[in-house]
Design a protein around this ligand. Structure first.
Ligand SMILES: [Zn+2]
Length: 392
């Protein structure tokens, strides 16, 4: 799907989708990735008659994009203030209660709209504030690093626990291609990792639908699958990191976000691999360790789960006894996940980490997370089923 036609195409498809769920209308009015995205953004603000906006950025994203955006907006005589989210005491900008309160304090009743300038964390802070205040927000991605730009879920750390809140999507998205191409390489690799994670998330979703009647939507699944396949087919271009590659990756990430948006929940894009990543993130916070990029973690956790699921399936001890008659179906689902070698090769091609050691995650933490991460969510993944089987 092309970015410009994506919303129209998805909305057209959702009218004929057979799943019976209420498909959410996509409230995004415009999505642009271009070299003059910031002036297009400014024209959009003028068209909406926004007189006063607040940029939410951190020191790095302000330097990379915020400064130029602020100038472009001010030149159009729109008042523009800037909220620079401060890092925590170990130097990480985190979507937690402290950052949220900082952003809320810097908004006032005259603010017409918020602009999230950055990657996932800044979007999560902004989308939460947008939902609480009722003021719309606009997405300004500065790196093709996550798929959450266009979704409604905001994973936040509250009192040290990672919890996802259903908030709002942006009303528009403007990505400056030069900013995106110049983003650090590891952020592009992380975005690719977040896309590869869809192999295990889609498998977990399919599994949960058959085994535990998890809500399912074939449209959201096929949108996610298309985004994933497009990325894998063009991995060489993404690895090159040029305009074309970055555009392909960001378009896929946006598409995956829209799948979550039409479905209303994160099932298509987040399975056991995301639960492992959330578990590691909470552990890092508790131990005062610097955070690792979300997509880097889920790339690695997808490899771990692919390995585990294939082994589990081959061992023939797939399911709790009551579900033994479904083992063929489950084997079919697992077979669609590439094996460890294939996933590792893809991640390496784009320059992402492939093992927990590369992220300084100990074998001990990996073991513990494989046993406990499924407890973070009710979602019935194969990781959860595997643990239930172990405890029988
Ligand atoms: Zn993700």
């Amino acid at each position: 799907m092309k970015l410009e036609e994506m919303i129209g195409e998805i909305e057209a498809l959702s009218t004929t989708c057979s799943c019976g769920h209420d498909h959410h209308h996509i409230p995004i009015e415009k999505m642009v990735i271009s070299s003059d995205a910031f002036s297009t953004c400014t024209s959009f603000l003028l068209k909406k008659s926004f007189k006063r906006v607040l940029l939410v950025a951190d020191h790095n994203t302000f330097e990379a994009a915020g400064e130029k955006l602020e100038e472009t907006i001010r030149n159009a005589n729109i008042e523009c203030s800037v909220c620079l989210i401060e890092p925590n005491k170990i130097g990480d900008v985190v979507a937690d209660e402290v950052s949220i309160v900082q952003a809320l304090l810097e908004m006032d009743e005259h603010t017409d709209a918020l602009l999230a300038v950055g990657s996932g964390t800044l979007h999560d802070i902004t989308r939460f504030c947008s939902a609480k205040s009722g003021k719309p927000f606009i997405s300004i991605p500065t790196a093709a690093s996550v798929d959450g730009f266009t979704s409604i879920g905001a994973p936040l750390i509250i009192r040290g626990v990672k919890k996802t809140f259903q908030t709002v999507s942006p009303i528009a998205l403007f990505g400056d291609i030069d900013v995106l191409v110049n983003a650090p390489k590891e952020m592009t690799a992380a975005g690719f990792g977040d896309m590869l994670a869809k192999y295990t998330s889609l498998a977990d979703w399919n599994f949960g639908r058959f085994i535990a009647d998890e809500p399912y939507c074939p449209l959201a699944a096929s949108i996610t699958k298309e985004a994933l396949e497009n990325c894998v087919d063009k991995a060489d271009k993404i690895a090159a990191g040029d305009e074309e590659g970055i555009r392909i990756l960001l378009t896929s990430l946006i598409q995956s976000g829209l799948a979550m948006l039409v479905f209303g929940q994160s099932h298509p894009a987040s399975g056991g691999e995301h639960h492992l990543s959330h578990y590691w993130e909470m552990e890092f916070l508790q131990k005062n360790r610097r955070q690792v990029l979300h997509g880097a973690k889920v790339g690695v956790s997808s490899v771990l789960l692919a390995t585990l699921y294939h082994k589990w399936c081959e061992s023939g001890e797939l399911l709790p006894k009551a579900l033994n008659d479904r083992s063929d179906k489950i084997a079919e689902i697992v077979e669609r996940i590439p094996n460890e070698e294939k996933l590792t090769a893809l991640l390496k091609q784009v320059g992402g980490p492939t093992t927990p050691e590369e992220l300084n995650i100990s074998g001990q933490l990996v073991e513990r997370s494989l046993k406990e991460a499924h407890l973070l969510r009710d979602r019935f993944t194969m990781l959860k089923c595997y643990n239930i089987k172990l405890s029988q």
